[in-house]
Structure formats: structure tokens, C-alpha cells
Design a binder for this molecule. Structure first.
Ligand SMILES: [Zn+2]
Ligand SMILES: [Zn+2]
Length: 134
């Protein structure tokens, strides 16, 4: 799946206006257009084809964050989801910036802190001396 994934999380979070395409008909917003050589792209929602000039341009505010590994800006948008959708990944440096949890997103190192969930320690399973060693 992923080699050398990092778990460094994010540094700062904020809102930023990001450019999106607005597809005709469905009015769905997507960051990439994925057009073919004739300039026609398929709506990811309904599968209809539209040429680039028929797509709207919108810039809604979206939550973005700064990757704690490389410092790049990472929007919390679908193209940065990974591993089945519960994780936000900065693809270029392989850092998992956040983990979706209930209605929000957790900064990845938080997930690994044993005291954020007091019962986590009780749930830890003994793996035994032999199993735990290489
Ligand atoms: Zn559509
Ligand atoms: Zn990064």
C-alpha cells in the first residue's frame, strides 16, 4: 500500500479560498477537471461530458492546513484523502496530516498519544515475549 508513510500531522490550520470547477447540471465542485485531449471531461457525479469552457469557476473557502513534515499547504479536500477515506495524506511527502474522527479531524500525532483516550491503555493486548520480538 504505502511505503514510508509518516505520521507527523499538521502544524497550523485555517480557511482559504481554493479554486474549484463547478460542473454544469450537478453543480458539484471538484478541484480537478480531468479533461481529455478534446477538452472534454466527465462529471465525476453523473458521468455526463462537458467541455472545459462550460465549467464554472468558483472559489469557496475550504479548510487547509500546513504539513508538519514538508510545510506544504494541504487542503482537506477529497483528492487528499487516502487509505479508504479516513485519512488525509500529503501525497508528495507521504505524511498523514489528519485522521477523520466523528465530525472532525484529529491531528495525526494526537491519535498516537496514549492519554487522549484513557481507556486505550486498558484495551492494549499483551502480545507476549516471543511474539513481540524479532
Ligand atoms: Zn454531473
Ligand atoms: Zn509534507
Amino acid at each position: 500500500m504505502t511505503k514510508n508513510a509518516k505520521l507527523k500531522g499538521w502544524r497550523i490550520r485555517g480557511l482559504k479560498e481554493l479554486p474549484f470547477f463547478e460542473w454544469p447540471f450537478c453543480r458539484e465542485h471538484f478541484r480537478s477537471y480531468g479533461g481529455n485531449e478534446e477538452g472534454c471531461g466527465e462529471c465525476p457525479e453523473c458521468g455526463r461530458f462537458f467541455s472545459a469552457r462550460n465549467l464554472g469557476r468558483v472559489s469557496p473557502e475550504r479548510p487547509v492546513t500546513e504539513c508538519a513534515s514538508c510545510g506544504a499547504e494541504v487542503p482537506f479536500t477529497p483528492e487528499n484523502r487516502a487509505f479508504g477515506g479516513d485519512f488525509y495524506l500529503r501525497h508528495e511527502c507521504r505524511n498523514i496530516v489528519g485522521v477523520e474522527y466523528k465530525e472532525g479531524v484529529l491531528n495525526t500525532p494526537k491519535v498516537l498519544e496514549p492519554d487522549w483516550n484513557e481507556r486505550a491503555g486498558q484495551r492494549a493486548e499483551k502480545i507476549g515475549r516471543e511474539e513481540g520480538r524479532t
